[in-house]
Design a protein around this ligand. Structure first.
Ligand SMILES: NC(=O)c1ccc[n+]([C@@H]2O[C@H](COP(=O)([O-])OP(=O)(O)OC[C@H]3O[C@@H](n4cnc5c(N)ncnc54)[C@H](OP(=O)(O)O)[C@@H]3O)[C@@H](O)[C@H]2O)c1
Length: 306
Protein backbone atom coordinates (compact mmCIF):
# COMPACT_ATOMS: atom_id res chain seq x y z
CA UNK A 1 0.00 0.00 0.00
CA UNK A 2 1.18 3.49 -0.83
CA UNK A 3 0.27 6.47 1.34
CA UNK A 4 -0.38 10.15 0.74
CA UNK A 5 0.14 13.14 2.96
CA UNK A 6 -2.94 15.22 3.76
CA UNK A 7 -0.93 18.15 5.19
CA UNK A 8 0.61 16.07 7.94
CA UNK A 9 -1.94 13.25 8.05
CA UNK A 10 -0.53 10.04 6.56
CA UNK A 11 -3.42 8.30 4.81
CA UNK A 12 -3.64 5.17 2.66
CA UNK A 13 -4.29 5.77 -1.01
CA UNK A 14 -7.06 3.17 -0.93
CA UNK A 15 -9.79 4.30 1.46
CA UNK A 16 -12.54 2.05 2.80
CA UNK A 17 -15.89 3.76 2.07
CA UNK A 18 -18.57 2.90 4.61
CA UNK A 19 -21.71 4.14 2.81
CA UNK A 20 -23.10 0.66 2.19
CA UNK A 21 -22.50 -1.06 5.57
CA UNK A 22 -25.77 -0.09 7.28
CA UNK A 23 -27.73 -3.18 6.25
CA UNK A 24 -24.85 -5.66 6.56
CA UNK A 25 -24.24 -7.91 9.58
CA UNK A 26 -21.78 -6.37 12.05
CA UNK A 27 -19.51 -9.40 11.70
CA UNK A 28 -19.21 -8.79 7.93
CA UNK A 29 -18.19 -5.18 8.49
CA UNK A 30 -15.64 -6.29 11.07
CA UNK A 31 -14.15 -8.78 8.59
CA UNK A 32 -14.13 -6.03 5.97
CA UNK A 33 -12.13 -3.75 8.29
CA UNK A 34 -9.77 -6.61 9.19
CA UNK A 35 -9.02 -7.30 5.51
CA UNK A 36 -8.59 -3.60 4.77
CA UNK A 37 -6.20 -3.06 7.68
CA UNK A 38 -4.26 -6.20 6.77
CA UNK A 39 -3.71 -4.71 3.31
CA UNK A 40 -2.48 -1.41 4.75
CA UNK A 41 -5.68 0.68 4.67
CA UNK A 42 -5.77 3.20 7.51
CA UNK A 43 -8.40 5.61 6.15
CA UNK A 44 -12.17 5.20 6.47
CA UNK A 45 -14.79 7.40 4.81
CA UNK A 46 -18.16 8.10 6.38
CA UNK A 47 -20.91 10.74 6.45
CA UNK A 48 -23.60 11.79 8.90
CA UNK A 49 -26.29 10.76 6.38
CA UNK A 50 -24.99 7.28 5.50
CA UNK A 51 -27.64 4.87 6.75
CA UNK A 52 -29.20 7.87 8.57
CA UNK A 53 -26.30 7.76 11.02
CA UNK A 54 -26.17 3.97 11.28
CA UNK A 55 -22.94 3.65 9.27
CA UNK A 56 -21.06 5.86 11.75
CA UNK A 57 -22.62 3.96 14.65
CA UNK A 58 -21.73 0.53 13.22
CA UNK A 59 -18.18 1.63 12.37
CA UNK A 60 -17.72 2.94 15.94
CA UNK A 61 -18.81 -0.41 17.37
CA UNK A 62 -16.70 -2.44 14.92
CA UNK A 63 -13.40 -0.67 15.60
CA UNK A 64 -14.02 -0.98 19.34
CA UNK A 65 -14.79 -4.71 19.05
CA UNK A 66 -11.63 -5.17 16.97
CA UNK A 67 -9.56 -3.27 19.53
CA UNK A 68 -7.97 -0.94 16.98
CA UNK A 69 -5.93 1.85 18.55
CA UNK A 70 -7.46 5.23 17.61
CA UNK A 71 -4.10 6.69 16.56
CA UNK A 72 -3.68 3.89 14.00
CA UNK A 73 -6.60 4.82 11.75
CA UNK A 74 -8.07 7.90 10.15
CA UNK A 75 -11.75 8.75 10.29
CA UNK A 76 -13.16 11.06 7.67
CA UNK A 77 -16.79 12.10 7.88
CA UNK A 78 -19.04 14.70 6.23
CA UNK A 79 -21.87 17.08 6.97
CA UNK A 80 -24.20 19.48 5.20
CA UNK A 81 -26.82 17.34 3.47
CA UNK A 82 -30.18 17.38 5.19
CA UNK A 83 -33.47 15.69 4.34
CA UNK A 84 -36.85 17.15 5.22
CA UNK A 85 -40.49 17.20 4.17
CA UNK A 86 -39.65 19.31 1.12
CA UNK A 87 -36.82 17.03 0.01
CA UNK A 88 -33.04 17.36 0.20
CA UNK A 89 -31.44 20.61 1.29
CA UNK A 90 -27.95 21.79 2.16
CA UNK A 91 -26.91 23.52 5.34
CA UNK A 92 -23.48 25.06 5.96
CA UNK A 93 -24.66 27.28 8.81
CA UNK A 94 -22.21 27.43 11.71
CA UNK A 95 -24.82 25.94 14.01
CA UNK A 96 -25.44 22.94 11.76
CA UNK A 97 -21.77 22.25 10.99
CA UNK A 98 -20.88 22.23 14.69
CA UNK A 99 -23.86 20.18 15.86
CA UNK A 100 -23.50 17.71 13.00
CA UNK A 101 -19.87 17.02 13.91
CA UNK A 102 -20.69 16.70 17.59
CA UNK A 103 -23.41 14.14 16.81
CA UNK A 104 -20.99 12.25 14.53
CA UNK A 105 -18.46 12.05 17.38
CA UNK A 106 -21.10 10.49 19.63
CA UNK A 107 -22.14 7.95 16.98
CA UNK A 108 -18.51 7.13 16.13
CA UNK A 109 -17.63 6.85 19.81
CA UNK A 110 -14.50 8.96 19.35
CA UNK A 111 -13.18 12.30 20.59
CA UNK A 112 -12.08 13.62 17.20
CA UNK A 113 -12.26 13.01 13.49
CA UNK A 114 -9.19 13.38 11.32
CA UNK A 115 -10.81 14.93 8.25
CA UNK A 116 -14.20 16.65 8.12
CA UNK A 117 -15.78 17.37 4.72
CA UNK A 118 -18.58 19.63 3.54
CA UNK A 119 -20.61 17.09 1.56
CA UNK A 120 -22.24 19.09 -1.28
CA UNK A 121 -22.09 22.81 -2.10
CA UNK A 122 -24.68 24.98 -0.33
CA UNK A 123 -25.74 28.00 -2.44
CA UNK A 124 -26.64 29.81 0.78
CA UNK A 125 -23.13 29.27 2.19
CA UNK A 126 -21.60 32.23 4.07
CA UNK A 127 -17.91 31.43 3.96
CA UNK A 128 -17.07 33.43 7.08
CA UNK A 129 -19.56 31.33 8.99
CA UNK A 130 -17.94 28.13 7.70
CA UNK A 131 -14.55 29.50 8.77
CA UNK A 132 -15.88 30.26 12.26
CA UNK A 133 -17.34 26.76 12.61
CA UNK A 134 -14.09 25.13 11.45
CA UNK A 135 -11.97 27.32 13.76
CA UNK A 136 -14.12 26.35 16.71
CA UNK A 137 -13.99 22.60 15.94
CA UNK A 138 -10.25 22.69 15.30
CA UNK A 139 -9.59 24.78 18.41
CA UNK A 140 -11.53 22.31 20.56
CA UNK A 141 -9.47 19.43 19.16
CA UNK A 142 -12.51 17.81 17.55
CA UNK A 143 -11.25 17.95 13.95
CA UNK A 144 -7.68 17.75 12.66
CA UNK A 145 -8.24 18.89 9.05
CA UNK A 146 -11.04 20.02 6.74
CA UNK A 147 -12.09 19.33 3.20
CA UNK A 148 -14.98 19.46 0.76
CA UNK A 149 -16.81 17.16 -1.61
CA UNK A 150 -18.32 17.83 -5.03
CA UNK A 151 -16.95 21.40 -4.99
CA UNK A 152 -15.87 23.37 -8.07
CA UNK A 153 -12.68 25.42 -8.22
CA UNK A 154 -14.67 28.63 -7.75
CA UNK A 155 -16.43 27.31 -4.67
CA UNK A 156 -13.10 26.27 -3.15
CA UNK A 157 -11.68 29.73 -3.94
CA UNK A 158 -14.56 31.32 -2.05
CA UNK A 159 -13.66 29.31 1.05
CA UNK A 160 -10.01 30.17 0.59
CA UNK A 161 -10.88 33.89 0.62
CA UNK A 162 -12.26 33.40 4.13
CA UNK A 163 -9.10 31.66 5.26
CA UNK A 164 -10.51 28.12 5.19
CA UNK A 165 -7.74 25.58 4.61
CA UNK A 166 -8.90 22.59 2.59
CA UNK A 167 -6.85 19.40 2.36
CA UNK A 168 -9.15 17.28 0.16
CA UNK A 169 -11.99 17.40 -2.36
CA UNK A 170 -13.96 14.18 -2.83
CA UNK A 171 -15.38 13.93 -6.37
CA UNK A 172 -17.05 11.24 -8.46
CA UNK A 173 -14.41 9.78 -10.78
CA UNK A 174 -14.05 6.44 -12.53
CA UNK A 175 -13.10 5.11 -15.96
CA UNK A 176 -16.77 5.64 -16.89
CA UNK A 177 -17.11 9.06 -15.26
CA UNK A 178 -14.35 11.44 -16.33
CA UNK A 179 -15.77 15.00 -16.77
CA UNK A 180 -12.95 16.29 -14.54
CA UNK A 181 -10.39 15.59 -17.27
CA UNK A 182 -12.31 15.22 -20.55
CA UNK A 183 -12.45 18.89 -21.53
CA UNK A 184 -8.74 19.24 -20.88
CA UNK A 185 -8.03 16.97 -23.86
CA UNK A 186 -10.22 19.05 -26.16
CA UNK A 187 -9.36 22.66 -25.46
CA UNK A 188 -10.49 25.14 -28.13
CA UNK A 189 -12.28 22.58 -30.30
CA UNK A 190 -15.83 22.59 -31.65
CA UNK A 191 -16.76 19.29 -30.02
CA UNK A 192 -19.13 18.25 -27.25
CA UNK A 193 -16.10 16.97 -25.34
CA UNK A 194 -14.75 20.54 -25.19
CA UNK A 195 -17.61 21.55 -22.91
CA UNK A 196 -16.25 21.71 -19.40
CA UNK A 197 -18.67 20.26 -16.87
CA UNK A 198 -16.23 20.47 -13.99
CA UNK A 199 -14.64 23.86 -14.67
CA UNK A 200 -11.01 24.01 -13.62
CA UNK A 201 -11.54 21.91 -10.52
CA UNK A 202 -8.88 19.33 -11.37
CA UNK A 203 -6.32 22.01 -12.22
CA UNK A 204 -7.13 24.04 -9.09
CA UNK A 205 -6.67 20.98 -6.85
CA UNK A 206 -3.28 20.36 -8.44
CA UNK A 207 -2.20 23.98 -8.07
CA UNK A 208 -3.31 24.23 -4.44
CA UNK A 209 -2.14 20.71 -3.50
CA UNK A 210 -5.67 19.70 -2.53
CA UNK A 211 -5.94 15.91 -2.58
CA UNK A 212 -8.64 14.62 -4.88
CA UNK A 213 -10.48 11.55 -3.60
CA UNK A 214 -12.50 9.49 -6.10
CA UNK A 215 -15.92 8.24 -5.02
CA UNK A 216 -17.86 5.47 -6.81
CA UNK A 217 -14.68 4.30 -8.56
CA UNK A 218 -16.37 1.33 -10.26
CA UNK A 219 -19.71 2.87 -11.18
CA UNK A 220 -20.99 4.31 -14.46
CA UNK A 221 -23.51 7.16 -14.38
CA UNK A 222 -24.88 8.35 -11.05
CA UNK A 223 -25.00 5.00 -9.20
CA UNK A 224 -25.81 3.38 -12.57
CA UNK A 225 -24.11 0.10 -11.65
CA UNK A 226 -20.67 -1.47 -11.76
CA UNK A 227 -18.98 -1.45 -15.19
CA UNK A 228 -16.56 -4.26 -14.33
CA UNK A 229 -17.94 -7.47 -15.85
CA UNK A 230 -20.83 -5.62 -17.53
CA UNK A 231 -21.21 -6.75 -21.14
CA UNK A 232 -22.16 -3.22 -22.25
CA UNK A 233 -18.48 -2.29 -21.83
CA UNK A 234 -16.71 -5.04 -23.82
CA UNK A 235 -13.56 -3.12 -24.83
CA UNK A 236 -13.07 -1.71 -21.36
CA UNK A 237 -13.47 -5.11 -19.73
CA UNK A 238 -11.08 -6.72 -22.22
CA UNK A 239 -8.51 -4.04 -21.37
CA UNK A 240 -9.00 -4.43 -17.63
CA UNK A 241 -8.71 -8.23 -17.87
CA UNK A 242 -5.53 -8.11 -19.93
CA UNK A 243 -3.86 -5.77 -17.43
CA UNK A 244 -5.17 -7.80 -14.50
CA UNK A 245 -3.35 -10.79 -15.92
CA UNK A 246 -0.17 -8.78 -16.39
CA UNK A 247 -0.19 -7.36 -12.86
CA UNK A 248 -1.58 -10.48 -11.15
CA UNK A 249 -4.68 -8.83 -9.69
CA UNK A 250 -8.40 -8.45 -10.42
CA UNK A 251 -9.85 -6.20 -13.18
CA UNK A 252 -11.44 -4.04 -10.45
CA UNK A 253 -8.03 -3.41 -8.87
CA UNK A 254 -6.79 -2.20 -12.28
CA UNK A 255 -9.75 0.22 -12.49
CA UNK A 256 -8.70 1.67 -9.13
CA UNK A 257 -5.03 1.79 -10.13
CA UNK A 258 -6.09 3.81 -13.21
CA UNK A 259 -7.56 6.44 -10.90
CA UNK A 260 -4.49 6.52 -8.68
CA UNK A 261 -2.28 7.07 -11.73
CA UNK A 262 -4.23 10.28 -12.52
CA UNK A 263 -2.32 13.23 -11.01
CA UNK A 264 -4.01 14.94 -8.05
CA UNK A 265 -6.03 11.79 -7.31
CA UNK A 266 -4.31 11.00 -4.05
CA UNK A 267 -6.98 8.55 -2.92
CA UNK A 268 -9.69 6.25 -4.16
CA UNK A 269 -12.68 5.49 -1.93
CA UNK A 270 -13.92 1.97 -2.52
CA UNK A 271 -17.43 0.97 -1.50
CA UNK A 272 -17.33 -2.80 -1.43
CA UNK A 273 -18.83 -4.55 1.58
CA UNK A 274 -17.21 -7.87 0.67
CA UNK A 275 -14.11 -8.73 2.73
CA UNK A 276 -12.78 -10.86 -0.14
CA UNK A 277 -13.17 -8.07 -2.70
CA UNK A 278 -11.63 -5.57 -0.29
CA UNK A 279 -8.47 -7.66 -0.04
CA UNK A 280 -8.28 -7.89 -3.84
CA UNK A 281 -8.98 -4.19 -4.45
CA UNK A 282 -6.19 -3.08 -2.14
CA UNK A 283 -3.69 -4.41 -4.68
CA UNK A 284 -4.40 -1.13 -6.52
CA UNK A 285 -2.38 0.64 -3.86
CA UNK A 286 0.79 -0.99 -5.20
CA UNK A 287 0.23 -0.96 -8.98
CA UNK A 288 1.76 1.71 -11.21
CA UNK A 289 0.28 1.56 -14.72
CA UNK A 290 2.34 2.87 -17.62
CA UNK A 291 1.25 5.99 -19.48
CA UNK A 292 0.32 3.89 -22.53
CA UNK A 293 -1.82 1.57 -20.39
CA UNK A 294 -3.55 4.56 -18.77
CA UNK A 295 -4.42 6.08 -22.16
CA UNK A 296 -5.38 2.67 -23.56
CA UNK A 297 -7.99 2.21 -20.84
CA UNK A 298 -9.32 5.75 -21.41
CA UNK A 299 -9.75 4.93 -25.14
CA UNK A 300 -11.42 1.62 -24.32
CA UNK A 301 -14.36 3.47 -22.73
CA UNK A 302 -15.19 4.82 -26.19
CA UNK A 303 -13.64 8.27 -25.79
CA UNK A 304 -11.59 9.55 -28.67
CA UNK A 305 -8.60 11.89 -28.27
CA UNK A 306 -7.86 14.61 -30.85
N1 LIG B 1 -18.84 12.41 -1.49
C1 LIG B 1 -19.90 11.91 -2.10
O1 LIG B 1 -20.78 12.63 -2.57
C2 LIG B 1 -20.01 10.41 -2.18
C3 LIG B 1 -21.05 9.84 -2.93
C4 LIG B 1 -21.10 8.45 -2.99
C5 LIG B 1 -20.16 7.66 -2.33
N2 LIG B 1 -19.20 8.27 -1.59
C6 LIG B 1 -18.16 7.46 -0.89
O2 LIG B 1 -17.54 6.63 -1.84
C7 LIG B 1 -17.59 5.27 -1.41
C8 LIG B 1 -17.64 4.37 -2.59
O3 LIG B 1 -18.83 4.58 -3.36
P1 LIG B 1 -19.55 3.35 -4.05
O4 LIG B 1 -19.95 2.36 -3.04
O5 LIG B 1 -20.60 3.87 -4.96
O6 LIG B 1 -18.31 2.79 -4.90
P2 LIG B 1 -17.94 1.52 -5.75
O7 LIG B 1 -16.76 0.90 -5.11
O8 LIG B 1 -17.81 2.00 -7.15
O9 LIG B 1 -19.19 0.53 -5.68
C9 LIG B 1 -19.32 -0.42 -4.67
C10 LIG B 1 -20.54 -1.27 -4.98
O10 LIG B 1 -20.25 -2.05 -6.15
C11 LIG B 1 -20.51 -3.43 -5.86
N3 LIG B 1 -19.63 -4.28 -6.67
C12 LIG B 1 -20.05 -5.14 -7.65
N4 LIG B 1 -19.03 -5.74 -8.24
C13 LIG B 1 -17.91 -5.30 -7.62
C14 LIG B 1 -16.53 -5.59 -7.78
N5 LIG B 1 -16.10 -6.45 -8.71
N6 LIG B 1 -15.65 -4.95 -7.00
C15 LIG B 1 -16.07 -4.08 -6.07
N7 LIG B 1 -17.38 -3.76 -5.85
C16 LIG B 1 -18.30 -4.38 -6.63
C17 LIG B 1 -20.27 -3.54 -4.38
O11 LIG B 1 -20.93 -4.71 -3.93
P3 LIG B 1 -20.28 -5.60 -2.74
O12 LIG B 1 -20.48 -4.80 -1.52
O13 LIG B 1 -21.11 -6.84 -2.76
O14 LIG B 1 -18.85 -5.83 -3.09
C18 LIG B 1 -20.89 -2.26 -3.88
O15 LIG B 1 -22.28 -2.37 -3.82
C19 LIG B 1 -18.80 5.21 -0.46
O16 LIG B 1 -18.71 4.15 0.47
C20 LIG B 1 -18.70 6.55 0.21
O17 LIG B 1 -17.77 6.47 1.27
C21 LIG B 1 -19.10 9.62 -1.53
Amino acid sequence: MRYCNLRGIRASRVVMGCMRIADKPLQQTESLIVEAVKAGVNAFDLADIYGKGDCERIFGVAVKDLGLARKDYIIQTKCGIRKGDTGTWYDFSKEHIVSSLENSLIRLNTEYVDVFLLHRPDALMETDEVAEAFDKLHGEGKVRAFGVSNFSAGQMKLLDESGVDIVANQMQFSLCHTPLIDAGFNVNMNKDESVSRAGETWEYCRLEKIALQAWSPLQYGFFGGVFVGDERFPKLNAGLSALAEKYGCTPSAIALAWILKTPAFAQVVTGTTSPERMAQLCAAGDIELTREEWYGLYHSTGKALP
